[in-house]
Design a protein around this ligand. Structure first.
Ligand code: PLP
Length: 494
């Protein structure tokens, strides 16, 4: 790494990124390219010589990066980018960036350490332990999740990795008790609204596909898992000799932000000796506000809890915070101790080696960006940030309520509004087609990006507020596009 080249390249790239944010609304928020577009724009193989080798020889490094940005990034890459940071982005769930998160990410890239064991960069391990304790306190997690006791927090790349590692920990824990041959009998429980990452984790962990019980959640519980249904299913499984061992509950499901009743579910898990995991990937951020914290009530029954700071907490991707009450369960499932990694601190059991809390060995210095976000914004600003998005979502909900052609489908809890255009003459199958067409029509304008789900057989539109730059005017503009497109579609379908 040449320090002076870095200075020139780095300044130019930061300028480019700052300009990008300044003009982000000029781009179609959903990329409008066709599949395979980039193959036509790039050569089949990498060049033997750099494009502008002469520039480097001449010391014109800045010129080189400017040309690269113009010829490659602007011309070829940006058209294929969907602008998650656009204020007109309302799809899926948000994936936030911020100045603090961005510069923290830069610093991490600059130091470029690989912090698998404490010794490989003591600051990386220790900062991660400290900031996850801070965040746990902001969320009012029970003390058992703090690093001072038997538990602690760890940053995973994604919520999918988080659920995988705790599932592996739970699996190995139960197999130590009942014997390795019982793998086929192990059963996992969750609602059918649980994120598909649980199913993937079951596949990887060798859980028999039929033993991943995704219990139907209906509109009668606002799509939350029913404790009675869970109890009944567990009893039936026990009578046929199966071994219930893992329950995953969600605070803020992906489709509709349903909140599973943690307290009753946790008690069922405990009385059956099961591991209880709580996935709050999206809604966990809101729980730093006292008025939303009650959605996490019952988390004291959990063995593990996860929230994605990279979703709605101003921390650039990736940063998925996972806490466990018993870190030894993770370590027993995931540790290896090869000769080439042995060192005094690890051998003496004086330190945390995060390689034993995750699937890969190598890991990035992700706590820097979370630390910078927590320090530079502080709890109060983060609470205001969340509240503002929730206010905007309420505003959108009110706009829908004023137009009798639409309905809000599930009660809004956080910043996601699930809604649809009502079917003409109560024809549900036509309603599904109509809403699908409406989604495509809105997204093809490039002026707003929304996504969809299906609830009880109905095709539903999802409007998730949470991009850092979104203001009321963007919500109003998106609503106008929705209304205009609905008017055209309804006229066509008459
Ligand atoms: N859990 C919930 C509730 C989610 O909404 C999502 C993604 O939106 C995930 C898990 C998966 O997140 P990740 O991409 O971090 O694996």
């Amino acid at each position: 790494m040449d320090a002076e080249q870095l200075r020139e390249y780095g300044h130019k790239m930061v300028d480019f990124i700052a300009d990008y944010y300044k003009t982000i609304e000029n781009f179609p928020v959903l990329s409008q390219v066709e599949p395979g577009y980039l193959r036509n724009l790039l050569p089949d193989s990498a060049p033997n010589q750099p494009d502008s080798f002469q520039h480097v020889l001449d010391g014109e490094v800045a010129q080189l990066i400017l040309e690269f940005i113009r010829l490659h990034i602007q011309a070829k890459i940006l058209p294929g980018v969907t602008h998650w940071q656009s204020p007109n982005y309302f799809a899926y769930y948000p994936s936030n960036s911020s100045v603090a998160g961005f510069v923290g990410e830069m610093l991490s890239a600059g130091l470029n350490i690989v912090g698998f064991s404490w010794i490989t960069s003591p600051a990386a391990t220790e900062l991660e332990m400290i900031v996850l304790d801070w965040l746990a306190k902001m969320l009012k997690l029970p003390e058992d999740f703090l690093s001072a006791g038997q538990g602690g927090g760890v940053i995973q790349g994604t919520a999918s990795e988080a659920v995988l590692v705790v599932l592996l920990a739970a699996r190995d824990k139960v197999l130590r008790r009942v014997g390795k041959d019982a793998l086929e009998k192990l059963v996992v429980y969750a609602s059918d609204q649980t994120h598909s990452s649980l199913q993937k984790a079951c596949q990887i962990a060798g859980i028999h596909p039929e033993n991943c019980r995704l219990l139907k959640a209906t509109s009668s519980t606002n799509y939350a898992l029913s404790p009675e249904f869970l109890s009944e299913t567990i009893s039936q499984d026990l009578t046929i000799g199966l071994i219930p061992f893992f329950l995953c509950a969600t605070v803020g499901t992906t489709s509709s932000t349903a909140v599973d009743p943690l307290l009753s579910l946790g008690k069922i898990a405990k009385s059956n000796g099961m591991w209880f995991h709580v996935d709050a990937a999206y809604a966990g951020s809101a729980c730093v506000c006292p008025e939303f914290r009650h959605y996490m009530d019952g988390v004291e029954e959990a063995d593990s809890f996860n929230m994605n700071a990279h979703k709605w907490f101003l921390t650039n991707f990736d940063c998925s915070a996972l806490w466990v009450k018993d870190r030894s369960a993770l370590v027993q499932a995931l540790s290896t101790n090869p000769e080439f990694l042995k060192n005094k601190a690890s051998q003496a059991n004086m330190v945390v080696d995060y390689k034993d809390w995750q699937v890969p060995l190598g890991r990035r210095f992700r706590s820097l960006k979370l630390w910078m976000v927590l320090r530079l914004y502080g709890l109060e600003n983060l609470q205001c940030y969340i509240r503002n998005h929730i206010k905007l979502a309420k505003h959108f909900e009110n706009l829908i309520a004023q137009d009798p052609r639409f309905e809000v489908v599930t009660p809004r809890i956080f910043s996601l509004v699930c809604f649809r255009l009502l079917p003409v003459r109560n024809n549900e199958s036509h309603g599904n087609k109509l809403n699908h067409q409406l989604l495509d029509a809105v997204n093809s304008t490039g002026s707003a990006f929304i996504s969809h789900t299906v609830l009880s057989g109905k095709y539903i539109l999802r409007f998730a507020v949470g991009a850092p730059l979104t203001e009321e005017k963007h919500v109003n503009a998106a609503w106008k596009v929705l209304q205009d497109k609905a008017t055209s579609l309804l006229a066509e379908s008459l």
